[in-house]
Write a protein that binds this ligand. Structure first.
Ligand SMILES: NC(=O)c1ccc[n+]([C@@H]2O[C@H](COP(=O)([O-])OP(=O)(O)OC[C@H]3O[C@@H](n4cnc5c(N)ncnc54)[C@H](O)[C@@H]3O)[C@@H](O)[C@H]2O)c1
Length: 319
């Protein structure tokens, strides 16, 4: 029997996946607590694995020789040790477009909320303060520059939305060839150049071994004084303590963060109570429609691979 292990969720969280897998003639096992030991114990018979939050390190590939495919119900597969997957010939798939408009909308919502001082006004109002001048002189977005690092599926939609509001949109992505560069985005060939001209700077790239901690104290110091920083990509791209320092010094006027180095973020961390940070709990992807498409897409990848030898969306080819 073809068994699928779903890690991080309980059976009652997954009616869509359970029904689809059953319909396809597969059995399903759930392991809500995705420690390596638990995954290895629950996955002994699994041919495929759906993992949502828990890291899938080399030890899992070594312990589960029957497991030939990992289906991630989202875009950024950084929870998976891709080198180990490659070494073991395990397929890795994702669902690349189900939530991209949600993430782009979240990005602009964070940027515009910060620029309009909405979180600060909102707190004032709840405290009985009625003063539109309480948070300094607000700036007009069409006099500002919006900078994007990573012009893939999400970065391109963000760029399109940003051109509606901002005077200038600039971007950095060394992997996009000139002929595929999006219209309306001024290309800048180094990250520091984008940081230096952006009034709002937003990250839209995957987390890899090469860019961990990319936005550190030096990168934040290269930004315009009083600018805004948005991260809806992955927490590991950013040194969160450096963001707090930059907010405290005024180098950053505000930060919008949906992703964190640990999720949930360490209780008591200074970012959680910073008045000029807008925070959300890795929610940028979320809408009812996106959630359903992600779940369906992750199962479709497994059935496609079982039936044709290839998932619909390949991150890494197996053998
Ligand atoms: N917060 C959320 O809920 C949420 C939801 C979906 C995706 N994400 C994150 O957003 C990321 C981007 O998603 P996407 O759909 O646009 O991915 P994508 O693969 O379509 O695009 C990523 C782009 O980043 C570029 N890139 C890679 N490394 C870079 C670097 N060092 N500097 C500049 N550019 C670089 C690539 O060339 C590519 O164009 C995902 O990898 C994921 O981590 C977060």
């Amino acid at each position: 029997m073809f068994n699928v292990l779903i890690v991080d969720y309980k059976e009652e969280d997954c009616p869509i996946e359970a029904a689809m897998l059953k319909q396809a003639g597969m059995t399903v096992t759930f392991e809500p607590n995705g420690t390596v030991e638990n995954i290895n114990a629950a996955g002994a018979d699994a041919m495929a694995l759906i993992a949502v939050f828990s890291p899938i390190p080399r030890a899992v590939f070594e312990a589960l020789p029957n497991m030939r495919m990992i289906s991630y119900p989202g875009i950024g597969v950084d929870i998976v040790d891709l080198d180990a997957a490659r070494d073991h010939g395990v397929w890795v798939s994702n669902v690349p477009t189900a939530n991209i408009t949600e993430v782009a909308t979240h990005t602009l919502a964070m940027a515009l909320s910060l620029i309009r001082a909405l979180p600060l006004y909102d707190r004032d109002m709840h405290d009985g303060v009625f003063d539109y001048e309480a948070h300094g002189l607000l700036r007009r977005p069409n006099t500002m520059t919006f900078g994007i690092a990573g012009l893939g599926n999400i970065g391109r939609i963000v760029a399109g939305y940003a051109t509606t509001f901002f005077g200038r949109v600039v971007g950095y992505d060394p992997y996009v060839p000139a002929e595929a560069w999006p219209d309306g985005v001024e290309r800048i060939d180094d990250l520091t150049g984008v940081l230096a001209v952006s009034d709002v700077f937003s990250l839209h790239m995957p987390l890899t071994d090469d860019n961990e901690g990319l936005i550190d104290a030096a990168a934040l110091a290269a930004m315009k004084p009083g600018s805004y920083f948005i991260n809806v990509s992955r927490g590991g791209l950013v040194e969160i303590d450096a963001v707090v320092v930059a907010l405290d010094s005024g180098q950053l006027a505000g930060a919008g963060l949906d992703v964190f180095p640990q999720e949930p973020m360490t209780p008591g961390h200074a970012i959680l109570s910073h008045p000029r940070a807008i925070l959300s709990p890795h929610a940028a992807f979320f809408s009812t429609a996106a959630d359903e498409e992600l779940r369906r897409g992750s199962v479709d990848n497994i059935t496609a691979w079982r039936d044709s030898g290839r998932p619909n969306y390949v991150v890494l080819e197996g053998r």
